[in-house]
Design a protein around this ligand. Sequence first.
Ligand SMILES: C[S@@+](CC[C@H](N)C(=O)[O-])C[C@H]1O[C@@H](n2cnc3c(N)ncnc32)[C@H](O)[C@@H]1O
Length: 296
Amino acid sequence: MDHEPHSARYLNDTRDLWWNEDFLALIAARTGLAHAARVLDCGAGLGHWTRTVARLAPHAELTGLEREPAWVARASADAPPRVSFLAGDVYALPFADGAFDVVTCQTLLIHLRDPRAAVREMVRVLRADGRLLLCEPNNLAEGVARLCVLPSFDLEDALAWLRLEATCEKGKHALGLGYNSLGEGLVELLDPSLVDDVSVWNNDKCTVFAPGESAAQRAARAEIADELRMLADDGFTWSREETLRYFRAGGGRDEDFAPLLARTRRAWAQRIEALARGTLSQNGGGMFYVASARKR
Ligand SMILES: C[S@@+](CC[C@H](N)C(=O)[O-])C[C@H]1O[C@@H](n2cnc3c(N)ncnc32)[C@H](O)[C@@H]1O
């Protein structure tokens, strides 16, 4: 089942720091978003991506569709002009065939049991020649980049984290809650009988973990604050209880869980402390894919 409410912990305003504006303008020009009249954002959450897309599509009416009524109410409260939010399910969109010029989502498909069915439904409501725009990460790749910095990194720490995280990602998927690194497989979801002209790009934003005041460096500070909050809990990416549930579902053995989690938490705490002290700097790149396809 993929209908557990999405935790507000993952819907904070660091989402507004994920993109470079000029890169987004390039994507808008490449995909026709800049000239779109009707745009749908699926799994809109609190509307972070919907508001970003609204800036890129200055002539469009935008709809942000979201499953959780509470998020719809909050997003609606400060919706900019031209943007409205609606409760609904991406698997059964309440729109006619061909109703939109562009249909998009950001970090939605990674949470779905059946992302292929969701994409099929998103394509249904696109007009012929309309554009699908999917933005989804490969979270495991980003973690490897973050943890395996400098030749002196501790391989056993990195392997402990990877074993825990990858087992949990597999377990979360086995429980029908989506695959957190799905971004790597986006093209696999695009049925060539429905769409063509496929392109995939990678978000060019690096959250630069180094002293300074650029937007990228502010994003890095926000990410550090997020990680400190996660470490203040008893788990890491998820609470300890949730992590154990995913670990077991991914085939992890109970006796391995506590040592892997302890080692993971220690490794990430050391990284965060070094970044905060200024004894470590990182480029902070990730793998956040942007896939575009045209409806046939
Ligand atoms: C990680 S959040 C992304 C929010 C937003 N796209 C953003 O980037 O800020 C994923 C959102 O998808 C919503 N969601 C999950 N399954 C859904 C479904 N079947 N139909 C519509 N929304 C769904 C969740 O409630 C959550 O708000």
